[in-house]
Design a protein around this ligand. Structure first.
Ligand SMILES: *Cc1c(COP(=O)(O)O)cnc(C)c1O
Length: 339
């Protein structure tokens, strides 16, 4: 066998295989240029259209666009009325934004353990964490595999809690025959370039609750009760700032890109499934690795393909394997350092 790259051998690839990369079509570019030539660069008609199409795709009644996935999470925790003294139960196996959004409102994230097979929140562990201060559960659809939503929603119902699903990984995934985005009280998405639909920065919250949708819109626009465009259209100058909100608006430029990318989401997910199958075939017989699984009642969106190392059977640790793969120009990453 020839030497590994990490020992001075030739890498298996010439160019670095990036761990994540956006895809771009000519249609995407045309959609963006059209907006650049139009009257509205922000909070215009493209935002409305992106929201409408996104809601239709995931099967929710409302979609509210945000300037990032993190802003979408922040808005959701605000809409859920969390504040100091309140607790939200969430997972440690996620990006830090999931629990940071709880801290932004002065509430406390409580980390419950995950199930061994999916690394998603374990419902029994959620139950163990519930106190009289618990107000919300924030599951993450880790790697694109939907969380155990029906069990989590039943727990929430029983204890009067709100469920904010961080579906940043799971656009296009299905749970029990329905797309992710129409389930929890609020579901959040990210349009960071490594995600399924990319707008540079961007995010979305979907909900079936009109009051929550109103509160989300308020929050992303400084807490002002009407949008500048609505006032322009009705020749109205007066507005009220009724809460303290932020400027978390998504631009029309980004919305046009998102809308255009949304048109290819099913192909995007199908391609990821194909790649996941190839990885299964290549890796699942080895004793040193465990491959991700897909439970019977879901379709994963395969944002990530997380491989776990069986350290008992290996003479090296994660650091050495990471370095060896990077030397081979395989752009792996660690998901995640627990929150
Ligand atoms: C990407 C991501 C976010 C944050 O999204 P941004 O758009 O980068 O702000 C939140 N949660 C999870 C699990 C993510 O992967």
């Amino acid at each position: 066998m020839s030497a590994r790259a990490v020992h001075g051998g030739k890498p298996v690839r010439e160019r670095m295989l990036p761990y994540g990369r956006q895809s771009l079509r000519d249609e995407d570019i045309r959609a963006v240029v059209e907006v650049l030539r139009s009257d509205w660069w922000t909070t215009g008609p493209m935002v409305d259209e992106f929201e409408r199409e996104f809601a239709r795709y995931v099967g929710a009644q409302h979609a509210v666009a945000f300037s990032s996935g993190t802003a979408a999470l922040h808005g959701s925790v605000f809409a859920a009325h969390l504040g100091p003294g309140d607790e939200a139960i969430t997972t440690p196996i996620t990006f830090c934004a999931t629990s940071n959004c709880v801290l932004y409102l002065g509430a406390t994230p409580v980390l419950a353990d995950v199930s061994c097979d999916t690394l998603n929140l374990d419902p029994d562990e959620i139950l163990r964490c519930i106190t009289n201060r618990t107000r919300a559960i924030i599951p993450v659809d880790y790697a694109g595999h939907p969380a155990d939503l029906e069990t989590i929603l039943a727990i929430a119902e029983q204890h009067g809690l709100i469920v904010i699903e961080d579906a940043s990984h799971a656009l296009g995934a299905e749970y029990r025959g329905r797309r992710i985005g129409g389930y929890g009280h609020m579901t959040t998405f990210s349009f960071h370039p490594v995600k399924h639909v990319a707008t540079g920065e961007g995010g979305m919250v979907t909900t079936n609750d009109a009051a929550l949708a109103d509160r989300l819109r308020l929050f992303r626009n400084h807490g002002i009760a009407s949008s500048a465009r609505a006032r322009a259209l009705t020749a109205e100058w007066h507005y009220e700032m009724v809460e303290l909100g932020y400027n978390y608006r998504l631009t029309d430029i980004a919305s046009a890109l998102g809308l255009s990318q949304l048109r290819t989401i099913d192909e995007n997910v199908a391609r990821r499934q194909q790649i996941a199958r190839r990885y299964h075939e290549a890796f699942s017989s080895g004793v040193h690795l465990s491959c991700p699984i897909e439970r019977q009642d879901v379709i994963s969106a395969w944002h990530l393909y997380p491989i776990r190392l069986n350290l008992d059977s290996l003479r090296v640790g994660r650091t050495e394997i990471f370095a060896a793969l990077r030397a081979e120009t395989i752009g792996v990453n660690v998901h995640y350092i627990p929150v």
